[in-house]
Design a protein around this ligand. Structure first.
Ligand code: F3S
Length: 376
């Protein structure tokens, strides 16, 4: 990979910056990148203390670097203020706060959300280096920004250097759809994405009978990325780049999109994977208000601190009805959900991760179906 003289110099001094350059150069060489390109932002995942542990924390401390582009962070293992209410133990919380403190000193925005695009929206054609598969697929597909599916480490290295290797989805020709998916039935985007992600290779372009909302596209993308390698999709007539390519010859027709899961009786209903938008929060509130009584089960919902603060009155009302609204964390990256027997979710990404990574029993339903279970 070609490096400028300044880039070569960054490799030389053995500092944390050199280590980050080494990571980007190794990645560029593996994937045949010609050079590095500047990025506008980085998003780092995997920051829960449950992932990082003591060794990772020590490594971060020793790296001793500063970020030189806008850098946002994925959810941590705790709500920074209300971790005791989540049943998190003191030692875990202290370590998690240490991790966040290291990132703060590096210059990260303490966003702690997998929906960084609600805080700052990259523009069409912007090169970025984002980890977190659901955010990657949203940025590429819905916003038309350009990012590969970075790991936590490569996103961190890019945040320090301000560049990323020029390969994969940074190149227009690699964003071309491979298969047309014609959907001829009503569907839940989370279920459709779950099925298509595991059934096709390559980039899908969808043809729907209706327009999808931004929340639909968020759920579709998160699901596609959780069962497949998908990092971008297109929708005819809707996403920003669909017209730039020919419609592929390979096509499939979907006339049924259903999903059956265990039907255990949930002792926790967990919503907000990916983190809730303002509209989703208001939908939840509208539904709960119609019932007009307190929930009978634990209901935890997860969102960014930005949406939490902007919608503080709705949050307060939900809390009065017995619903816990947590920010900075989620049902998957926090150890707090592990003590429950059966969890109801409306996200197939949560379904995949809670069952496969955590070995928990999980029942899937749509948003209203999950909430109805709270009143039984
Ligand atoms: Fe976000 Fe956690 Fe789901 S990071 S996408 S809420 S698994």
């Amino acid at each position: 990979m070609y490096l400028t003289r300044d880039e070569e110099k960054l490799l030389e001094d053995g500092s944390g910056i050199s280590k980050c350059m080494e990571i980007l150069v190794a990645l560029g060489e593996i994937y045949g990148a010609e050079r590095l390109i500047p990025i506008k932002s980085a998003h780092i995942s995997g920051i829960s203390y449950q992932n990082i542990g003591d060794e990772g924390l020590e490594w971060l401390r020793c790296l001793d670097v500063k970020f030189c582009v806008k850098t946002t962070l994925n959810p941590s293992g705790i709500d920074l203020e209300r971790w005791r209410e989540m049943g998190i133990d003191e030692n875990f919380a202290r370590k998690q706060l240490d991790v966040i403190d290291v990132f703060r000193r590096m210059g990260a925005d303490i966003t702690l959300t997998c929906t960084p695009y609600y805080i700052y929206k990259p523009g069409l054609g912007d090169h970025i280096a984002w980890a977190e598969s659901s955010a990657v697929v949203y940025a590429n597909s819905v916003l038309g920004a350009r990012t590969n599916r970075e790991s936590s480490i490569s996103a961190l290295a890019s945040a320090v250097i301000g560049k990323t290797p020029f390969y994969g989805l940074h190149l227009k020709e690699n964003r071309c759809p491979d298969v047309l998916v014609r959907v001829e039935c009503e569907f839940d985007p989370a279920v459709l994405g779950y099925k298509i992600g595991s059934e096709i290779d390559g980039i899908p372009i969808f043809e729907f009978r209706r327009r999808l909302s931004h929340d639909d596209m968020k759920m579709l993308g998160a699901a596609l990325a959780s069962t497949g390698d998908v990092a971008i999709f297109h929708i005819i007539g809707q996403t920003p780049e669909w017209k730039d390519f020919e419609i592929p010859k390979e096509r499939i027709v979907i006339d049924r999109a259903e999903l059956e899961t265990d039907d255990c009786d949930p002792d926790l209903i967990a919503l907000g994977c990916p983190h809730l938008s303002r509209d989703e929060l208001i939908r939840i509130y509208g539904f709960v208000k119609r019932y007009g009584k307190r929930v009978k089960k634990d209901v935890w919902i997860f969102l960014s601190r930005k949406i939490y603060n902007e919608c503080s009155e709705v949050v307060e009302e939900l809390e009065k009805m017995g619903i816990r609204v947590f920010k900075d964390t989620c049902m998957v990256v926090s150890p707090a959900t592990e003590r429950f027997e059966c969890i109801a979710v409306n996200s197939t990404k949560a379904l995949v991760y809670l069952t496969k990574l955590k070995g928990l029993k999980v029942v899937f339903d749509d948003l209203e179906g999950c909430l109805k279970r709270a009143f039984i």
